[in-house]
Design a protein around this ligand. Sequence first.
Ligand SMILES: *Cc1c(COP(=O)(O)O)cnc(C)c1O
Length: 415
Amino acid sequence: MTAPAQPQADTAERQDFFGNFGGRYVGETLRPALDNLDREFRTAIADPAFQAELARVQKTWVGRPTPLLFAENATRALGGARIYIKMEGLAHTGAHKINNAIGQALLAKRMGKTHIIAETGAGQHGLASAAACAKLGLDCRVYMGDLDVRRQRPNVFAMEMMGTRVIPVHSGTMTLKDAINAALRDWSATYPDTHYLIGSALGPSPFPEIARIFQSVVGRETEQQMAEAGEEIAAMIACVGGGSNSIGFFEPFLDKPSPRLIGVEAGGRGPGPGDNAVRMAGASRYGIAHGYKSRFLMDDDGQVLPTHSISAGLDYPGIGPQLAALGESGRIEFTAASDEETLEALKFFARQEGVMFALESAHAGAVAMRVAPTLGRDQAIVVNMSGRGDKDLFITAKALDRDRWIDYLKNEIAT
Ligand SMILES: *Cc1c(COP(=O)(O)O)cnc(C)c1O
């Protein structure tokens, strides 16, 4: 295929708010850093030399364009709309996160920054940042809750191998939200030579727009690949953690009345508090955290609440501000898939298509299985497989084949 159109910033002017959501809720010290980032980002995006460098790295290192698969067997088995899968999990490091990481790392380098800070929960964004920094010769340090450091040893190992320093965070619940706060604190003191590479379409302005623009390559490729397949899209389905894969996938269609855009949140173990990470499709609150205003799972005092999901990437308690606005305006429909439905979808697509979804992406797969039979055979839907499932082996094997997996681990320890 020919390369799709290059990304464009919406306007030459920065947009702080999306409806009621977004903004810049940070200390005074960070305002100059954000202003500078905003200016440099707009100049870079408008510069053909930056676009050419981005396109070259996307092609030769990220592995773009990622394929679009017609899921013929899955379509036949479900007996409704034709299902297509955007195989974003085939991108380097196994997920869409690399698109934002390499884009922002290129921007940081252009700005003359020599150091990168990133936060990570499960480690996927940390891994993408570590890889981008190794490739571009930037020094990288990643904040990670101490609990996550201990739970996600394989990703910590990979980050360190790529030369990144992983800094365990011991405050609060020792998870992602604490890592974000630590990263913001570090950046307040270091921004003259350091860029904060935030991992999703959230945080203070202009970060939500930056992540969306760098992820929009997924949507622009999909639009072109579906047109080449002669298909009109009835619905697009993506999972929603912070919101970067979904907003990038939906990007070319946000200002149009169609197709249906469906965001899938983590239904977890059930509807009880702490058992899921459902924000838009459930009862979340308006609040401010991590530098922006959005809908959060919060208590009366504005403290973010614990969440649960079988997928480590969908348990963030907030949601990117533009997605919150598009959810309230009705342009994006939100729904949830439970842990159990997600595992069923994972098994279904593995058996039917020989494709193992990441657990995050399998939430979108589960909703594709729900939606396809409600549509006609002459219609087509696309599900974004934001990541591939290799990274989840320690969770899925334990959930689906417990005894033999534990036996394997015991043998590993014994040798
Ligand atoms: C991190 C991650 C997500 C969730 O993050 P978004 O910013 O909502 O895209 C989804 N899928 C995969 C594979 C991930 O690694």
